[in-house]
Design a protein around this ligand. Sequence first.
Ligand SMILES: [Zn+2]
Length: 374
Amino acid sequence: MVARSSPLDQFIIQHPEYFFKASPELGLINPNNLYILMSHIKCAAFELPFEDGETFGVDTLDQVLEYLEEERVLRHVGGRWHWTADSFPADAVSLRSAADENFVIIDISTPHHRVIGQIDRFSAPMFLHEEAIYIHEGIQYQVEKLDFEEKKAYVRKVDVDYYTDASLAVNLKVLDVFRSEEGDRIGRAWGEVMVTALVTMFKKIKFDTHENLGWGPVRLPELELHTTAYWATLEDHPAGIQSQDELQNALMGVANVLGQIAPLYLMCDPKDISVVYHVKSPFTQKPTIYIYDSCPGGVGFSEKLYEIHTDLFEKAYEVISQCGCDTGCPGCVGPAAEVTDQGKDLALRILGGIILDNQPEGKTQRNVFELPFK
Ligand SMILES: [Zn+2]
């Protein structure tokens, strides 16, 4: 493995035992996620008609079957639900994503255009906007045209020394709280959220050094994502933080680290989750950091994060405090240029306060080399 400067890569290089000694997989899936369940029920019905009264994991099977009949996918005759659609349902199931509205990526470098990949609808504006660099099998492609209506991206091979990173303007609204717990300095919750996301611009970032080489605008429609999220609520005026600006920088740094280390616990790709922070959340009325499942309906990441909430913040403190940089770098809170010279210090101050709050009396500081899970 050749480590890049991201906190995840750096953590693994610093703690090789994470890779060599950890139990291999913690695959999370939520079989009751409606998008996933629906696809499975369709495939099952295609193989063999459901009979009245049959069960399929959940007790809402009847409602799903009725919905599919309304959609003219199934027909209910003589106590059985028969497949009537023309299509073969397994074709529409992706191993990579839950939603079935995928964008197709077409390579137009040669006269014989060929499909090289797919990306789910919610990720498409981030990764397939015009001028985005898309990497497939180690080859760089640049997106020449994104046909949003037809869900097709036309790409051409290029050889450049940068990658692209799109900026999302995210609006998150809490719809329902499943569980929550208050604390003196930090509270946690897990619930259902609606995320609206608009890609506004993209940056060109140089390989290796992560230097910013320029930017361009993105004009694509806003997308809505109904999913689950975990969130941590901080106190109004955290100790050691003097102003709104300081709070903003501290939250930015902490959010950056959390987004990179949470995948260590979830065994997922950093892209499978997203982090947003509010200096004052309209819902909690306090500084809040949200981590949501990028998959529509959620696959269980947020519930897991709710459970490991304390570990997560301790690990964030550990990663930042052990980072060799002075004022912040891409390996911890983000480049100093983004979080200001004080970014690292501010993030440590806010995290230090939280960890003290969670440290029961007599408990010594966690061993740095302790694995996230055993
Ligand atoms: Zn650093």
